[in-house]
Ligand binder design. Structure first.
Ligand code: BG6
Length: 504
């Protein structure tokens, strides 16, 4: 077993300003991630955290609330001394974009604090707020000059998802932000890029010589990308009902997986080159005509059922969901990529809530042997050759191939060769945000979405959104909570003579 080496440098001094400090994301992920960075010595030596909320609280109340969150959500046992040191850096400030003067006051308070803590004026503004606040907050930060870079003091803006709700709104938000800051100051987060196994797709493909020669239409039959979740919508009814599975998961998380699997080899491992290749392949996703979009997509909504011992009620009975809602909680798509590498290779994507199994994986299905000389097993009966990149819950890589069953006669069976991260590496459990936050602080935006990628992602899903809007509830299938999803998802592959890989 290999110890994960820590050869990373401490980031330079800075202030970490969190908008939406009283919210769920801050308590559940941001503070636990900062704690993990503190515990591994990866926070700046001179550092302050500024918690911004529309209504201010006292420093003590804010610190108590963050401590409570940390005890609940920390991924490792909390060392009181480390937690105390981190929370002592926290100051509460009130600012509301509807009251511009509060941003002028905030600026003064921030400058005083930075002088007292000797952080040098570099700032990271983390927008952990509902999406409607991204533009108004950025505008006020711009107006008050808080985002203006000076000498050695950098200023960065971290934006959470969802980035827009369709192509037009994503473009509008990009336009708005780019009037205030330069592209290189914006860090659009997609938490999938904080996952080790997702980052490892690049290493698997480009640090090994053996995969790339067969990573194309000559050898790959198709690609399946699955993000199946067991949880229902829970208390997020209001957000989810106006969002749905497609917007919530596809242009961001599933397309991150798709772009890493399908991109061309970057000439250099730097943010510009890697992000350009990713944007390029997303832009090559074949545009769908409205009628094709309906044929190449499946929408489902869960009905009540049981997952293990948990009873899940009908999606439509979830709090804050409109009765009779036609929002999809499951989506499956068939996409094509128009370039020489992938012409004719379908990419099947599926994701849904309240399913029987939690599983995130990319399965690359290789073409069958062209003929087999083993008369006992015709080609069609051979096990399928898959390379499976497991993201969750099993992190690892598996290769499925055919082998001879021991014995005097030739009998063939499918077997699996498995690599599991946990067998090789000792890594502390993490929130997945540590690398992302650390990279924001050191100014490495390789793992963040660039404006063109975000827009290319929305461009590819827009025809589905448009076609579904016109079709209304027609075509929305129901599936039972705890099942494998709507029957139409199986059909989508069956009509191409294919099937989804069995999960589990
Ligand atoms: C979020 C979505 O971005 O990702 C959620 O809003 C979803 O609906 C979650 O559950 C999935 O993330 P993960 O890391 O659990 O696969």
């Amino acid at each position: 077993m290999t110890e994960v080496p820590s050869n990373q440098r401490k980031p330079d001094p800075c202030s970490f300003v969190i908008f939406g400090v009283t919210g769920d994301l801050t308590h559940r992920l941001v503070i636990p991630a900062l704690y993990n960075l503190a515990a591994t010595g990866l926070l700046p030596g001179k550092f302050c955290v500024v918690g911004v909320a529309r209504k201010g609280t006292s420093n003590d109340d804010l610190r108590d609330s963050l401590m409570k969150g940390l005890r609940e959500f920390a991924t490792r046992p909390v060392d009181d001394a480390i937690a105390k040191r981190l929370l002592e850096c926290v100051t509460s400030i009130a600012a509301d974009p509807r009251e511009p003067s509060s941003f002028d006051e905030m600026r003064e308070q921030l400058e005083k604090l930075e002088a007292a803590r000797a952080t040098g004026g570099s700032r990271l503004f983390y927008l952990a707020t509902p999406p409607g606040a991204f533009a108004p907050i950025s505008r006020e930060l711009g107006r008050t000059g808080m985002l203006q870079q000076k000498n050695d003091a950098w200023r960065r803006l971290v934006i959470e998802k969802p980035f827009g709700t369709d192509l037009a709104s994503a473009k509008a938000l990009n336009d708005e932000l780019l009037k205030i800051v330069d592209e290189h100051q914006i860090y659009r987060i997609d938490h999938y890029l904080g996952k080790e196994t997702v980052q490892n797709i690049l290493v698997l493909r480009f640090a090994n010589g053996m995969f790339e020669p067969i990573w194309n239409r000559n050898h790959i039959d198709h690609v399946q990308i699955t993000v199946d979740e067991k949880l229902g919508v829970g208390h997020r009814g209001s957000f989810y009902d106006s969002t749905g599975a497609l917007r919530d998961m596809v242009p961001n998380h599933l397309f991150q997986l798709l772009s890493l699997v399908a991109m061309e080899p970057p000439a250099r491992f730097d943010a510009h080159t890697v992000r350009s290749e990713k944007a390029e392949v997303l832009a090559a996703i074949q545009p769908q005509r409205e009628s094709d979009a309906l044929v190449n997509s499946v929408r489902g909504q869960y009905q009540g059922g049981k997952i293990g011992d948990t009873v899940i009620e009908d999606y439509c009975k979830t709090g804050d969901v409109k009765p009779g809602s036609t929002t999809e909680t499951y989506v499956a798509l068939k996409l094509a990529i128009d370039n020489w590498r992938w012409a004719g290779v379908p990419f099947y994507l599926r994701t849904g809530k309240a399913l029987g199994i939690k599983r995130t994986e990319v399965a690359i299905k290789f073409k069958q042997a062209p003929f087999t000389m083993f008369s006992c097993t015709p080609v069609e009966a051979l096990a399928e050759n898959y390379l499976v990149i497991g993201v969750e819950p099993t992190e690892g890589i598996a290769l499925q191939f055919n082998t001879k069953v021991p014995g005097p006669s030739i009998r063939i069976d499918g077997v699996e060769m498995k690599f599991r991260y946990k067998d090789y590496f000792k890594a502390e459990p993490s929130t997945g945000y540590e690398t992302l936050i650390y990279d924001c602080m050191i100014g490495d935006n390789i793992l963040f979405q660039r404006a063109d990628s975000v827009e290319a992602g929305w461009q590819a899903v827009q025809p589905f959104l448009d076609a579904w809007k016109k079709a209304g509830g027609k075509g929305l299938e129901r599936y039972k909570a705890g099942s494998e999803g709507p029957a139409g998802a199986e059909e989508l592959l069956k009509r191409d003579g294919r099937s989804w890989r069995k999960l589990g």
